[in-house]
Design a protein around this ligand. Structure first.
Ligand SMILES: O=C(O)CCC(=O)C(=O)O
Length: 266
């Protein structure tokens, strides 16, 4: 799919699945790397049967070059200009029979996060979300629930719009694709973790891209300037810790500029 078509789908529908971004031999290796790091890190559970890991960059060497994949970067540059950063990196596994997640939009539109753009927010995509399919995503194994076109609304179910968080929404559909695809979406798009009704794990990498001027220090765990530091606001923050200098040094040269702002200082 060419850039023009991807941009059109993102504008009209709020999402686009680009297939064939990671070749099968790399998908297999990345799958092993992700399963190994998640087993080692113990993974924080968000919902029953769903696990995530955040400090993964040092353990997924085969995935690293894809972080600066030309097609994805072309979209990010088209939206944000030349200077793009990554605001979040995590891996995720949903086990067969996992619990369905809540409808939400990603930061900074998620009204549950301490640092967020208050609704009604302006019609501008502050962030490009991506979910990399390290196993295939199908209706059966719980390809991400999305509501096409919902990015055009100036609020989302984390706010006071009155959409029940755990209930099916009338126009919901699964985002599906073969392993090696990437689901790109406007971070305003309403989405939710689906339940996996298959007998295999659904494995993904989640990466989000922002313009250089968006202040994500508010998301840095332990930052005394963050609005929810010490749990004051009683609202969730993010859990993606800064990158260790030795991990940063081993990143591909194409990827380093995307993380330069997120390197641990001591
Ligand atoms: O599990 C999924 O497919 C969606 C993950 C999600 O909700 C997110 O990345 O914000």
């Amino acid at each position: 799919m060419n850039l023009e078509k991807i941009l059109l789908h993102l504008k009209l529908d709020g999402f686009c699945v680009v297939e064939g971004v990671i070749p099968p031999e790399d998908v297999r290796t990345i799958r092993h790397e992700v399963e190994a790091v998640m087993a080692a890190q113990g993974s924080a559970d968000t919902y029953e049967g769903v696990s995530s890991a955040f400090e993964v960059l040092g353990s997924i060497p085969t995935f690293l070059p894809y972080l600066a994949n030309e097609k994805v970067m072309a979209v990010a540059r088209e939206w944000f200009g030349d200077h793009v950063r990554i605001s979040y990196t995590g891996s995720m596994i949903t086990e067969p029979g996992n619990e369905r997640g809540r409808w939400h939009a990603d930061w900074p539109y998620n009204q549950e996060k301490a640092a967020h753009v208050p609704a009604p927010y302006p019609d501008y995509p502050f962030q490009l979300s991506s979910i990399w399919m390290i196993s295939k995503f199908t209706d059966e194994n719980g390809g991400t629930w999305i509501v096409p076109g919902s990015h055009r609304t100036s609020d989302n179910p984390t706010g006071a719009i009155g959409v029940p968080r755990f209930e099916p929404y009338r126009t919901e559909r699964h985002a599906t694709g073969p392993a090696g695809s990437v689901l790109l979406f406007d971070s305003r798009l309403w989405h939710a973790t689906a339940s996996n009704e298959s007998n295999g794990r659904r494995i993904s990498m989640i990466v989000r891209y922002i313009p250089w001027w968006l202040d994500i220090r508010v998301l840095m765990p332990g930052n005394p300037g963050a609005p929810n530091h010490g749990g004051r606001a009683g609202l969730a923050g993010e859990r993606d810790p800064p990158v260790k200098p030795e991990v940063y040094e081993r990143l591909p040269e194409t990827v380093k500029p995307l993380y330069r702002h997120w390197v641990r200082s001591s």
